[in-house]
Design a protein around this ligand. Structure first.
Ligand SMILES: Cc1cc2nc3c(=O)[nH]c(=O)nc-3n(C[C@H](O)[C@H](O)[C@H](O)COP(=O)(O)O)c2cc1C
Length: 352
């Protein structure tokens, strides 16, 4: 199967095309943001089970900008814990990446009463426009986080530029209402993400791959393709294609081969020459194989399925039946609060 073909990125040999996309383990992180033993065993179990790449969940680059409890990477004190996660991934011949996160206005809530974003947004109480002078600091948070990731042993970093979070807010005209050089035209809207990419590249060096999670409909796929080329020009090595904002889902296709997200990946893949990851409801190995065989993507990310059955990749390789995700809730929050994954209950398994 092509799913188990290797791939090389900047001299790093990646054993197959299966990616575990970033997924916040809501029940595991505490307010302090430290890595727990449960985080380590959660990633170890999956790394041991034939996944080619694990992109560790969104880690907070700025303590004051958090929508929920999540892993922290805003301080050097986190390096020790993060290095335990990197180690269990690396030791199992799995490519380790960690996602660097600033949620922008979406941080609004009890941890961040006055979150900053590209612009203030009426849906996010207390939100405000980040000042031009502050952007230097925000960029530095990403740079320092990337350096910590490298120190912890991660082989690559991913910048979170999708799902309506800060970098995505800049690129999306329905969120970015700025009148300075960071708002307005496509070039202006991409200016801040590009500054971040260039600064991270300068800090981590040429050899460390930079992934970028990207929602390309900003506001339409044509602009998104132009933007993707600018991100690559700035230093991005891998595009991990998801969505921008739920409100931005303007891309329609009648082709039953694709949902919105996978279709976006296909169109980006046609337009760029860096590896592209497709995600969303790629539930079966056959579906993943189909997308790869047709050259719609270079990697397939398997999200909720790897919560429901951490051995998805191992079972795909060995032709063993997989316990597929029930999609019992439209928004799986992975054992958050009193909600437990029915698949794990059935298998008498814990998440970690
Ligand atoms: C519990 C959970 C947490 C998630 N956390 C993140 C995250 O930290 N960063 C991110 O970019 N996407 C996050 N996502 C989105 C997933 O990476 C993925 O794109 C989405 O689940 C669709 O893929 P799937 O259909 O294979 O699950 C999360 C999804 C879930 C279910």
């Amino acid at each position: 199967m092509m799913l188990f073909d290797g791939y090389e990125i900047k001299g790093n040999k990646i054993k197959n095309r299966i990616v575990m996309p970033p997924m916040v383990t809501f029940m595991l992180a505490k307010e302090d943001g430290y890595v727990t033993d449960k985080h380590v065993s959660y990633y170890e179990k999956r790394a041991k089970s034939e996944i080619g790449t694990i992109i560790v969940e969104a880690a907070a680059t700025d303590k004051s900008q958090r929508p929920f409890y999540q892993l922290g990477i805003w301080d050097d004190k986190f390096v020790e814990g993060l290095s335990k996660i990197a180690k269990v991934i690396n030791d199992n011949d799995c490519f380790s990446v960690i996602q660097l996160h600033n949620p922008g206005v979406r941080a609004a809530g009890k941890l961040s009463e006055h979150p900053y974003g590209a612009s203030a947004h009426p849906d996010y109480e207390g939100s405000r426009e980040v000042k031009k002078e502050e952007l230097i600091k925000v960029k530095e948070y990403f740079v320092n986080a990337a350096l910590r990731a490298k120190k912890a042993g991660f082989k690559a970093v991913e910048l979170h530029g999708a799902h309506g979070y800060l970098l995505c807010e800049f690129t999306a005209p329905n969120y970015n209402k700025r009148t300075d050089e960071y708002g307005g035209s496509l070039e202006n809207r991409f200016r801040f993400p590009i500054e971040v990419i260039k600064a991270v590249r300068e800090a981590v060096g040429e050899d460390m791959p930079i992934y970028y999670r990207y929602g390309p409909c900003v506001p339409d796929i044509e602009s998104g393709i132009k933007g993707a080329k600018m991100l690559i020009e700035a230093g991005v090595d891998v595009l991990d294609i998801s969505y921008a904002n739920k409100e931005d889902v303007t891309l329609k296709t009648d082709n039953p081969d694709f949902n919105y997200s996978v279709y976006s990946a296909k169109l980006i893949k046609e337009a760029v020459d860096v590896p592209v990851i497709a995600v969303n409801m790629i539930s079966t190995p056959e579906r993943a194989e189909y997308l790869l065989k047709n050259n719609y993507a270079d990697f397939t990310a398997i999200g909720r399925e790897l919560i429901a059955d951490y051995q998805w990749a191992y079972k795909a390789k060995n032709d063993i039946p997989i316990n597929y995700c029930y999609h019992c809730k439209p928004k799986c929050h992975m054992n958050r609060g009193d909600y437990k994954c029915p698949n794990l209950i059935k298998a008498d398994e814990t998440l970690y």
